[in-house]
Structure formats: C-alpha cells, structure tokens
Write a protein that binds this ligand. Structure first.
Ligand SMILES: C[S@@+](CC[C@H](N)C(=O)[O-])C[C@H]1O[C@@H](n2cnc3c(N)ncnc32)[C@H](O)[C@@H]1O
Length: 246
C-alpha cells in the first residue's frame, strides 16, 4: 500500500489480516486484547445491556467482532481503520457492525461527540505520530461514564520478541510505557485511570509453540502473577483502563 506521508507510517496492509487468519499466536493475541476490553467494560458496567462500541484502528474488524460477541452482541459496533485494503479483508459484517475508513487522530465527522459506551485503542497508540490526539478523540466521543481501554506491547519485551523473530517487523512510531499511557489519559481528561500489565511472558509464548490457550484463562493467570507482586516486568503487554467523568 502507498503510504501517504510520514504521519501514517504505522498503517498496515492486507498482509496483516492474512497473517491473523493463518498464525495461531496472532489469533490468540487479538482475542486476548478483545477480552481485556470486554472485561474492563463489564467491571464498570456489569448490567448494561446495550453497548455502543468504537474500536479505533480496527484493521479487518476481527477484534471488534470478538468484542461484540463477548459483550452480548446488543448495540452498535463501529470501527475506524485508515487502510481501506484492511477493511476490504473483513468478513461479512452483521448489520449492527461497520468499519469506516478514517484517521483515529482526527475521527470522521459521522463519529459524533458523546456517542459511545466503550472506546478501544488496542495495539495502536505505538503506531501513531500523535497518540495524544487519538486519546483525546476517544475521550470526546465517549458518553459520560464511558470506558476507554488502550493496550500496547511492553517496549522491552517487544524488542526482545523482535530479535527472536516472534513479532512481525511493524513500524512503531512511539515508545509507550506505563507512564506515557497514564499521562495520555490524564491529559485527555480521564479521572479514574488504572494501569494493568497482561500476557505473562511464560503463557504468552505458548501459542508460538502450538499450545492453544483460552484468553480468559490466560488473563486469570496474569491476575494471579500480578497479585504476587514484583513480577510486573514479566508481562509482555500493558493496558490502561479509564473512565470519562459522569
Ligand atoms: C496492530 S493493528 C491492531 C488492530 C486491532 N485494534 C487489534 O487489536 O487487533 C493496528 C491497526 O491500526 C491501524 N492504524 C494505524 N494508524 C492509524 C491511523 N492513523 N488511523 C486509523 N488506523 C490506523 C493499522 O492500519 C492497523 O490496522
């Protein structure tokens, strides 16, 4: 795909979608991210029946579709993706789900203020030239009390995985660590902000050697390891969960 400018070096191509269908570890990784987003939402809104979701940087919509399933498939499920060729790789979408071509740092006009209960930015911020603009947009379009979830690979483990050829050679524009994640949320106006490492290095590696893992189960292991303390450096992924003031 022709990249339009340096601002969009983190935009991916159709190869990414094909890899997700073929490689078990990529499938596992996106299902864990979807589970992190759905679990975080349910923690704050356990009984909300209809949920309006915006997945920012939605690629081929597989993660969005999985979030939809996990939240009970009742509401509207929108995705924003810059690469039209990735949108074209999406499977047939249900009538409540769509992916719109656009920039997560400057959302299309049809995405209105205060219209979503959950905005997710999963494995995207590190690809952006201006992650703050994306988090600001996520805040703007959330309803009061709405939940924002962002995930990013831990820069240290991402580097290690790159050296062992375990992650594709993706372009990362920004190094996002725990402080950066929390600061992005604070700057946008979020008040309740929780930082959560996930995907323990020992479980995260299993899908690479062909062991199938249930995402919810692997997050339960993460929770146990996290509670033991002192081992937070051993998570390959990190999430921030924040609520827009009511
Ligand atoms: C690593 S993928 C993550 C996909 C999905 N969120 C998930 O968790 O499985 C990052 C996606 O963000 C998209 N992206 C990068 N920069 C973007 C931008 N400025 N606007 C919209 N999408 C963008 C990429 O093209 C790619 O599809």
């Amino acid at each position: 795909m022709e990249k339009q400018s340096d601002e969009y070096l983190g935009v991916m191509d159709a190869e990414y979608a094909r890899g997700r269908l073929e490689k078990k570890y990529l499938n596992y990784r996106y299902r864990v991210r979807a589970q992190v987003a759905a679990n975080a939402f349910r923690e704050f809104h356990p009984h909300m029946k209809t949920v309006d979701v915006l997945e920012m940087g939605a690629a081929d919509a597989l993660t969005l579709l999985h979030i939809r399933e996990l939240l009970g498939a009742n509401g509207t499920f929108d995705g924003i993706e810059y690469a039209q060729e990735l949108i074209d790789e999406a499977p047939a979408l249900p009538s409540d789900t769509r992916v719109i071509q656009g920039d997560v740092m400057n959302l299309p006009d049809e995405i209105q203020d205060e219209s979503y209960d959950l905005t997710s930015v999963l494995a995207v911020l590190e690809h952006l030239s201006n992650p703050q603009a994306c988090v600001d947009e996520a805040f703007r379009v959330l309803k009061p009390g709405g939940i924002f979830v962002a995930t990013c690979p831990n820069p240290f483990w991402d580097d290690v995985a790159g050296k062992f050829g375990m992650v594709a050679d993706e372009f990362h524009e920004t190094e996002v660590n725990s402080e950066v994640l929390v600061t992005l949320c604070q700057n946008a106006g979020f008040e309740t902000i929780a930082y959560r490492p996930f995907m323990w290095v020992f479980t995260g590696v299993l899908p690479y050697i062909g062991v199938e893992l249930d995402p919810q189960m692997s997050l339960m292991v993460d929770d146990l390891v996290h509670k033991m303390g002192l081992l937070d450096f051993s998570f390959v992924n990190q999430a921030v969960v924040a609520q827009k003031p009511k």
